[in-house]
Design a protein around this ligand. Structure first.
Ligand SMILES: NC(=O)c1ccc[n+]([C@@H]2O[C@H](COP(=O)([O-])OP(=O)(O)OC[C@H]3O[C@@H](n4cnc5c(N)ncnc54)[C@H](O)[C@@H]3O)[C@@H](O)[C@H]2O)c1
Length: 294
């Protein structure tokens, strides 16, 4: 039998008196994979931290077009890791380091497709942050590139792994508690989009629009729950409150901050999604009903 794996206790302060000689469950394996992070902003740094804490992979190197982002990422990295960290001078060298096993693309949405085309020449495993692209043409080309790839491209739609949704999918799909699913209602109420480097997320041209940038997580969950293809989609939304007085280089922000979406699926399931981004706090909810209840 394999040794049981343990998480959490091995690093807790109250367990530091256990010496190496007594470490059995607490023993940590050497990281087996080396990762390169491209784009060391908010989420690039989060991947660096989480991968380091999990301990199964090592952050081998980083690349960003902004020295400031690299400096901050490196300084933060040093607070939790004593491992060496390479800095690459350009994208091609970041993608083609023979020492590295996988590439994490964590740059703004409008750069994903261009960077992916360079990254995919490496043959390495690729993690591409959501949304995969900002328009349908690039999204379809990304799927085609990924289908033909000898390694894999994973998109950062990690909400499907959140504990509450894993539990909901288990209840609805494995246990079948709701019977045949008929309706799915999802909502998110939250504060406005955060500041970003060059404020890329304030403009539809960079982000693909709010329903793509933020809400792709929710459409992913709704699609998984419906297990069918959408046949009709109706959406209404706009910019009601946020960033109405914000502009950059003379260009006013144009992102929606509220929306209602209705989706009909081929299997008869109906879904809706509500977004509001001018709330003081975060709330998200998924309500699912079927032939046996909700
Ligand atoms: N999965 C999630 O839940 C989640 C959460 C937040 C962000 N994201 C996604 O991650 C991506 C980055 O978002 P963020 O919040 O970290 O933004 P950010 O602005 O904080 O960081 C982006 C970084 O990319 C760098 N960059 C820009 N163009 C580049 C290029 N061509 N090559 C290399 N580096 C470049 C910027 O200098 C910056 O440091 C976006 O696609 C966003 O949608 C995903």
């Amino acid at each position: 039998m394999n040794k049981p794996r343990l998480r959490f206790f091995e690093n807790s302060a109250g367990q530091q008196h256990i010496t190496d000689a007594d470490k059995y469950l607490y023993q940590q394996q050497q990281p087996s994979h080396k990762l390169v992070v491209i784009g060391t902003g908010t989420i690039g740094q989060e991947h660096m931290r989480v991968a380091s804490l999990l301990g199964r992979a090592q952050i081998h190197g980083i690349y960003d077009t902004q020295t400031h982002s690299l400096d901050i990422a490196e300084a933060n990295f040093k607070t939790y890791s004593d491992q060496p960290l390479l800095r690459y001078p350009d994208l091609a060298s970041a993608c083609n380091d023979p020492q590295a096993d996988a590439l994490f693309i964590c740059t703004p949405n409008h750069t994903h497709f261009e960077i992916l085309q360079v990254a995919i020449k490496s043959g390495k495993a690729i993690f591409l942050e959501k949304p995969m692209a900002t328009d349908l043409k690039d999204a379809a080309a990304t799927v085609a590139l990924s289908d033909a790839y000898q390694s894999f491209v994973q998109i950062g739609l990690q909400y499907r792994y959140k504990a509450q949704y894993v539990e909901a999918f288990h209840e609805a799909k494995s246990r079948g508690s709701l019977g045949e699913i008929k309706t799915i209602a999802m909502s998110e109420y939250r504060p406005p989009f955060l500041d970003k480097v060059d404020q890329w997320n304030k403009f539809n041209a960079n982000s693909g629009g709010t329903l793509v940038e933020k809400c792709c997580h929710y459409f992913d969950l709704i699609n998984l729950m419906a297990e069918s293809q959408p046949t009709l989609v109706y959406a209404s939304g706009g910019q009601g409150v946020n960033f109405t007085d914000f502009s950059k280089d003379g260009v006013p922000a144009d992102i929606a901050d509220h929306a209602f979406v209705v989706i009909d699926y081929a299997n008869g399931t109906r879904a809706n999604f509500t977004l509001n981004m001018f709330c003081p706090d975060f709330t998200e909810e998924m309500v699912v009903s079927g032939t046996r209840g909700g």
